[in-house]
Ligand binder design. Structure first.
Ligand code: ADE
Length: 243
């Protein structure tokens, strides 16, 4: 059973309802002082140590550090400082109507790939896509959370190009995000079990412009994460999360 869990999130707005719900306290000086990453800590039901880690705000542009650089660096710093037995990458994602995705759908994911790392040189091509399966999820966890099992495809842009779409469709990705594959890659390298919990804010193959749809639904998606995360914590505190 999990004793220490690190939840990696990119945007403060996604995390705030959960920080408030569990009354997590800001834990200064956990990381290298130059890093913008923030750590909020507490316990779930007095047993499981919970550290919610944010990438923080960019020192130059003053916005949340979204994307793969922040995701990987924060994950590394958090694993080094906090030695978790599980990492969860929680956050919002784009969903796909063609695969049954709707705004508010919740996915638990253990399969990851990158859709914007095209390197047409033998060997590097597979590294670029970086397909990764972390483990088989216990189906009871999906049932307890009311989530579907999904595949995360990660890239550093909010929009989607024709080339990106090709990779996303080929791998039947249900969730398009900007951090998942980077967090999964670091955890794989550091041998820490990891999965993602994603809430859909916008429909990639729908008719609305993504930035508008994302901003409109961010609050609702953050609320669904706040409701889903305690169900995940309750399960992993008591039962094996792997099949
Ligand atoms: N996060 C939320 N929606 C997204 C999208 N459409 N693409 C990438 N990241 C997202």
């Amino acid at each position: 059973m999990v004793k220490t869990v690190v939840i990696v999130m990119a945007m403060k707005a996604e995390a705030q309802p959960f920080i408030d719900h569990l009354d997590l306290q800001k834990d200064a000086d956990r990381f290298h002082k130059g890093l913008r990453a923030e750590c909020y800590s507490g316990t779930y039901k007095g047993e499981t140590k919970v550290h919610l880690v944010l990438n923080g705000q960019c020192h130059k542009y003053g916005v949340d550090i979204v994307g793969t650089v922040g995701g990987a660096v924060t994950t590394f710093a958090a694993v080094q400082a906090l030695s978790p037995d599980l990492v969860i990458n929680a956050g919002t994602c784009g969903g796909f109507r063609a695969l049954g995705g709707e705004v508010g759908s919740i996915y638990l994911c253990t399969s990851f790939l990158n859709h914007d790392r095209r390197i047409a040189i033998p060997g590097f091509d597979a590294f670029g896509v970086g397909e990764l399966n972390t483990f088989d999820l216990n189906p009871e966890l999906l049932a307890q959370v009311g989530a579907q099992s999904g595949v995360v495809s990660t890239g550093n842009s909010l929009d989607v190009t024709k080339e990106d779409e090709g990779y996303i469709k080929k791998h039947k990705a249900t969730c398009k995000d900007m951090e998942g594959a980077a967090v999964a890659y670091m955890c794989d390298q550091l041998s820490v079990p990891m999965f993602a919990l994603k809430s859909v804010t916008d429909i990639v193959d729908g008719e609305h412009p993504t930035p508008e749809e994302f901003l409109k639904n961010l609050g609702t998606a953050a609320k669904s994460l706040q409701q889903a995360l305690p169900k995940v914590l309750s399960f992993i505190a008591e039962k094996p999360f792997q099949a």
